[in-house]
Design a protein around this ligand. Structure first.
Ligand code: 3SL
Length: 235
């Protein structure tokens, strides 16, 4: 039976061997939620990059540029890191490609590339990812983007939610990390929004007055898509 493990921070990734496995990279607030939303809104593909300067270099090639640092949209780019940037119609995103850099999410993607497959997880596409993993029948590591190397609640809760969905066909009990994530998910429900109000990232976003983003990012099964890394881009 394939296993499901949860890596609480990219800093812990050296302890996990991703070869032969599927990495599910998750940054609920907000990078992977925004990328899932972008592709669902008609973006053709996404190139995650590490540095702001590198991101801006994609503009002359016809890319939309998206960049966040410390929760805010960076200077000189088209979009920040809010999923609403792809939905509110202020920037036309259909049939466009996006180059994006964020504090933690894009870094977690790049650190996971030794896996057999790298997919993006969010509550928004929880069941779509679960179905993909059932088909793959490979060991899974949920890579939590965390915050600057630290553990965070929202990505861990996603690990628990995915473990619950996969409880039938996957071994979810041989990793203490997975059990802890599952228990946290059970503790947080049914009031996930209320539970997350105490999280450091929600407090950070609230202080930036982007509190509507959290309500959106914790919606379950909004989109039936599985963004996957292919040839240097996410499609
Ligand atoms: O760190 C990241 O990748 C971002 O998701 C952080 S924020 O939600 O834009 O603040």
């Amino acid at each position: 039976m394939p296993t499901l493990d949860v890596c609480f921070s990219p800093e812990l990734l050296p302890l996990y061997n991703l070869r032969g496995k599927v990495a599910v990279v998750v940054d609920i607030l907000r990078a992977t939620s925004s990328m899932v939303t972008a592709l669902a809104a008609g973006v053709t593909h996404i190139v995650p990059v590490a540095e702001l300067a590198e991101c801006r270099e994609f503009a002359p090639q016809g890319y939309l540029t998206a960049a966040e640092r410390d929760g805010l949209q960076a200077e000189g780019v088209d979009l920040g890191n809010s999923p609403f940037g792809y939905l509110d119609g202020k920037v036309a995103v259909q049939e466009r490609a996006v180059a994006i850099t964020t504090t933690n999410g894009t870094r977690a993607i790049h650190l996971s590339l030794s896996a057999d497959a790298v997919v993006l997880g969010a509550f928004l596409n929880l069941e779509a990812v679960a179905q993909f993993l059932r088909q793959q029948q490979k060991d899974v590591v949920v890579v939590c983007a965390g915050w600057k190397g630290m553990f965070n609640l929202e990505d861990t809760l996603y690990g628990g939610a995915l473990a619950e969905r996969l409880a039938d066909g996957f071994d979810i009990s041989s990793s203490d990390a997975t059990l802890a994530a599952l228990h946290l998910w059970q503790l947080a429900n049914p009031d996930l929004a209320g539970y997350l109000l105490q999280s450091s990232h929600v407090r950070r976003l609230n202080s930036l007055e982007v509190n509507q983003d959290m309500d959106f990012c914790i919606r379950l099964d909004e989109y039936n898509i599985v963004p996957i890394w292919q040839d240097g881009r996410i499609v």
